[in-house]
Design a protein around this ligand. Structure first.
Ligand SMILES: [Zn+2]
Length: 259
């Protein structure tokens, strides 16, 4: 499957790149901020359905400025494809979503969705197909550093596969398993073994504290509230028990939350 920006094909232009010669600067304004933005000089472009600053450099509008389509040090080839991608229990709730303001999380998601052309980067489904899009955070685990490497635009079905533990708790594990098999072509036995391996890795990673490195976000000029100190009360989670046979996957235990 050919996805924008992943196979040499030029990625869709982020609306920020379409600023006409009048030097307007595009803004990503959450709906609840629209009055505040307007009061500070933001203007609405009905064609692109987007707010903009009439000229660059208006400090009062900087909080809504569109982010660059590639964040500093971000690797958009990191962690390609769809797989179960569990967050260690020792890092729960220490992620981009919880470390930035609601306005900045909106800006980040707006950029991620726009650069992907409002299309899931793992299965290819589009927002116009009436699927919900999420922003998935891909981390690299080295030593005891959990480093953010990439933000991925995913449909909710793919996102539920990545956070399989949370999905299981929500009673949607069967659908997630079918989606994983459909997107990747895995047989049920292979998918079940993959899930089992992911939980074994989760158990190992959950046994140690991680320093969460979100410098990729900070380097883009976004204020990050310190998520780096390992939780003082690192939970002593019981390892989930994963069993599978030819027709089902059974998991029991504590799981990671979605993020
Ligand atoms: Zn998808």
């Amino acid at each position: 499957m050919s996805l924008p920006g992943t196979t040499g094909e030029p990625p869709p232009r982020h609306p920020a790149a379409k600023a006409p010669s009048d030097a307007r600067a595009w803004l990503d304004v959450p709906f609840q901020d629209k009055d505040a933005a307007r009061d500070r000089g933001a203007q609405w472009d009905p064609q692109t359905r987007r707010w903009y600053a009439p000229r660059p450099g208006i400090l009062e509008l900087r909080r809504w400025a569109a982010l660059p389509t590639l964040l500093p040090t971000e690797d958009r080839a990191f962690g390609e494809g769809l797989y179960v991608d569990l967050i260690p229990a020792s890092s729960w709730f220490r992620n981009v979503r919880t470390a930035v303001s609601a306005t900045d999380w909106y800006r980040i998601r707006a950029m991620v969705y726009a650069r992907a052309g409002d299309q899931c980067e793992t299965c290819g489904r589009r927002k116009s197909d009436h699927v919900r899009l999420d922003c998935h955070e891909r981390f690299e685990y080295t030593g005891q550093i959990q480093r953010l490497r990439r933000l991925v635009c995913m449909c909710s079905a793919c996102h539920q596969v990545t956070h399989f533990g949370h999905t299981h708790l929500s009673g949607r594990a069967d659908q997630a398993l079918v989606h994983l098999m459909t997107v990747t072509g895995m047989s049920q036995a292979v998918a079940a073994a993959h899930i089992e391996a992911a939980f074994a890795q989760w158990q190992q990673r959950s046994a140690v504290p991680w320093i969460v490195d979100l410098r990729m976000i900070e380097a883009a000029g976004v204020m990050v509230h310190d998520p780096r100190n390992p939780a003082e009360d690192t939970p002593a989670r019981h390892a989930p028990a994963v069993h599978h046979d030819e027709t089902s996957v059974t998991i029991a235990g504590d799981f990671e939350p979605s993020n």
